[in-house]
Design a protein around this ligand. Structure first.
Ligand code: HEC
Ligand code: HEC
Length: 194
């Protein structure tokens, strides 16, 4: 909270001097997200996803899923509901306009190599680049913190992310075939992809 307050102060004092992304309509709504997701969505943490550069269609889906309690997250549910009330398109456009700086979390080079060797099974949906495919409803994995990627894969494996969702049957079935250690390697690999 202290961090957030200092950003608010910076904003107040910077006033009209600050140009660019902070002028966007969604910028003020996005400020509150900084406390967890980092300023301008550039998460520095291992567990919080980076929102900078997120595709608007996927952002909106995630917000709707959290608000509906489909993707269960006690942290996200109230913020998702607030975003839907204040105008999800503006916030989506704000984060999409931020260039993604890949996660600064240190990666083990041997884990990356093991993950690379196992990553072919992901490219069918996420693409060789890992950047996803909007037409299939598949998000970008690249540069996300390894801890976040790993957690989400484990949630799929246990059917705890959007339980029972027919659209996600295939990805969950795949995760169940992957040992947890290899899930960590895959997370390291996709985090390392630029
Ligand atoms: C209290 C901390 C916290 C705050 C504040 C917060 N989030 Fe989150 N957010 C999280 C956590 C934790 C997750 C991962 C939850 C999970 O396991 O699905 C997350 C996940 C997300 C995701 C999913 C990303 C993906 O790749 O699927 C989006 C989108 C998101 N948050 C948007 C927002 C927005 C927009 C705001 C501000 C209005 C916000 N968050 C504020 C903690 C927070
Ligand atoms: C059959 C298609 C398919 C395959 C194969 C697949 N995925 Fe996905 N993946 C998806 C879809 C669809 C989503 C979006 C889920 C949603 O909308 O909630 C997703 C989401 C994810 C997420 C969550 C991203 C975020 O920002 O929250 C991670 C992590 C992930 N996949 C990792 C992988 C890895 C690693 C592999 C390979 C081992 C893989 N996926 C293979 C379809 C697939």
């Amino acid at each position: 909270m202290r961090v957030l307050t200092s950003w608010l102060l910076v904003l107040a004092f910077a006033g009209p001097v600050v140009a660019g992304p902070l002028d966007m309509p969604g910028a003020s709504q996005a400020l509150v997200c900084s406390a967890c997701h980092g300023f301008a969505g550039q998460s520095q943490s291992n567990t919080m996803p980076i929102l900078a550069g997120i595709a608007p269609w996927y952002f909106k889906k995630a917000i709707q899923d959290y608000a509906a309690g489909k993707r269960t997250s006690p942290e996200m549910e109230p913020y998702a509901k607030a975003v839907l009330q204040s105008g999800v398109d503006d916030v989506a456009a704000y984060f999409a306009a931020q260039a993604r700086t890949p996660s600064p979390v240190k990666l083990d080079p041997t884990a990356i190599e093991r993950g690379r060797a196992a990553s072919v099974q992901c490219t069918l949906c996420h693409g060789v680049s890992g950047k996803g495919d909007a037409s299939k409803g598949v998000p970008d994995l690249t540069g996300q913190p390894p801890g976040y990627l790993r957690n989400q894969m484990l949630l799929f494996k246990a059917d705890r992310r959007s339980p029972g969702d027919e659209q996600l049957k295939a990805v969950k079935a795949l995760m169940r075939t992957i040992p947890d250690e290899q899930i960590a390697d895959l997370a390291a690999y996709w985090s390392s992809v630029r």
